[in-house]
Design a protein around this ligand. Structure first.
Ligand code: UGY
Ligand code: MN
Length: 258
């Protein structure tokens, strides 16, 4: 076997990052126990959100978040227990415990006491973002749980070979979207997109070619991509199995919103 001669598909440019598993570095984060994080993107790279892969040992714990930060978790493998403390009415405080398994997801709004604990070794995608309220009338949005398999899927732009599942509810109460997109072999985005929204993307299955800016990259399951606002982007699926990715985008807010 050849020694490592410093080669990788990972690539960092001013408007995008392709981060491949051979370059992942794991780190603990304060307040957590029994969890290692691969921090894919965050403010240090210019992103308005963080996207991380959390690798839990059995019993590993993710506690509350401070202040105005919301959290979305999608489970890639294993089993998590999510305990939510809801204070719908000032006098009542209700504790709800949910089991989340592969393909399951949970959204926890800002300021919601909760704890996420692994029942088994588990791997999850964790997205965190400061909440931007759309107006004073919506002060708090609801927590929810879901299972990707139970969601309806829609063809993107009427193309049945490209199916989208939306995990965040539609509507201006929420300031970001998280979708999965599944491409049949040979399917592609119908156009090169250039848009104000930024993306965090984790390839879950299959592979293909991702165009980012003026670069065309081969990508495969396990790869992460960050796309800055206005990064030209296009994907075509290659291979004998469908290509699927999970994708974050900021959503439903005026460009001048703080
Ligand atoms: O929602 C999106 O902007 C999506 N079509 N972008 C992408 O897949 N790169
Ligand atoms: Mn896009």
């Amino acid at each position: 076997m050849l020694p490592n001669l410093g080669e990788t598909r990972s690539s960092l440019k001013s408007d995008h990052l392709l981060q491949t598993p051979d370059t992942f570095i794991r780190t603990p984060l304060p307040g957590t126990a029994g969890v290692e994080f691969i921090v894919h993107c965050g403010p240090r790279i210019g992103a308005g959100f963080t996207m991380m892969t959390a690798e839990f040992s059995a019993g590993g714990l993710l506690p509350d978040l401070p202040g105005d930060i919301q959290r979305f978790v999608y489970l890639v493998s294993g089993e998590l227990e999510v305990c939510l403390q809801t204070t719908e009415q000032a006098v009542h405080s209700v504790q709800a415990t949910h089991r989340v398994v592969r393909g399951g997801f949970v959204f926890v709004p800002a300021g919601s006491p909760h704890r996420i604990q692994a029942k088994t070794a588990a791997t999850a995608v964790v997205i965190e973002k400061s909440f931007i309220a759309v107006d004073e009338k919506i002060t708090k949005v609801c927590a929810f749980f879901g299972q990707e398999d139970d969601l309806p899927s829609e063809p993107l732009g009427g193309d049945p070979a490209l199916q989208v599942k939306r995990m965040m509810p539609d509507g201006t109460a929420y300031d970001f979207a998280v979708n999965t997109m599944t491409y049949d072999p040979g399917a592609s985005l119908a156009m090169v997109e250039v848009h104000i929204m930024e993306h965090g993307l984790l390839m879950l299955e299959g592979g293909g070619i991702y165009r980012l800016g003026d670069n065309w990259y081969p990508v495969t399951a396990g790869d992460f991509i960050w796309m800055a606002p206005y990064c030209p982007q296009w994907f075509g699926a290659i291979g004998k199995v469908p290509a699927k990715y999970l994708i974050y985008k900021d959503w439903y807010r005026h460009p001048l919103a703080k």
